[in-house]
Ligand binder design. Structure first.
Ligand code: AMP
Length: 131
C-alpha cells in the first residue's frame, strides 16, 4: 500500500523541516502554518486516528507530550503559552489519516473552538437529543 505523506516524512522519503526526532516521535513544521509556531508531532508508529489508540501505544503518547513540552521550550513559547491539538475524523477536521498533534503558539491564540455563526442552533439540537 502506498505510504501517505506523514509516513513518507517519518521515513525521510518526503521533504520536511524536522525539528525533533527520536525512536518514538517525529516533529516537523506544518507546511501551511496557522500560527507563528506550528509544529506537527507524530508517533513513529502509524496510528490512523485518536480512536485507534490502545494501551500498548501509551509510550508513544507520553513521548508526544514530553516532546511537545521540549519543543515549546526550544521555540521559546513555553512561558508565553501554546496549545496542543489533535483532530479526529471528519467533524474534528482531520485531513491526514495518521495521528498527529499540532503544537501552535507564538501569538495570543483566540477561542479554543471557532464555529460558523449558525452552528449554535445545531449545537442546541445536538445537546437536546443527547439528553
Ligand atoms: P489535520 O487537518 O489535523 O489533519 O492537519 C493536517 C496538517 O498537515 C495541516 O495543518 C497541513 O497544513 C499539514 N500538512 C499537510 N501536508 C504537509 C506536509 N507535506 N508537510 C508538513 N505539513 C503538512
Amino acid at each position: 500500500m502506498e505510504k501517505n505523506i506523514f509516513e513518507q516524512i517519518r521515513d525521510g522519503d518526503a521533504k520536511s523541516d524536522i525539528v525533533y526526532k527520536d525512536e518514538y516521535v517525529t516533529a516537523f513544521h506544518d507546511i501551511d502554518p496557522s500560527a507563528p509556531i506550528h509544529i506537527l508531532i507524530i508517533p513513529n508508529k502509524k496510528i490512523d486516528t485518536l480512536n485507534d489508540i490502545t494501551e500498548e501505544d501509551s509510550i508513544y503518547l507520553s513521548k508526544i507530550l514530553i516532546s511537545a513540552k521540549n519543543i515549546a521550550k526550544q521555540f521559546k513559547i513555553d512561558d508565553t503559552g501554546y496549545r496542543l491539538i489533535t483532530n479526529c475524523n471528519k467533524d474534528g477536521g482531520q485531513e491526514i489519516e495518521y495521528l498527529h498533534f499540532h503544537l501552535v503558539g507564538g501569538v495570543r491564540l483566540g477561542k479554543m473552538i471557532s464555529l460558523p455563526k449558525d452552528s449554535k442552533k445545531i449545537f442546541k439540537k445536538f445537546t437536546e437529543s443527547n439528553n
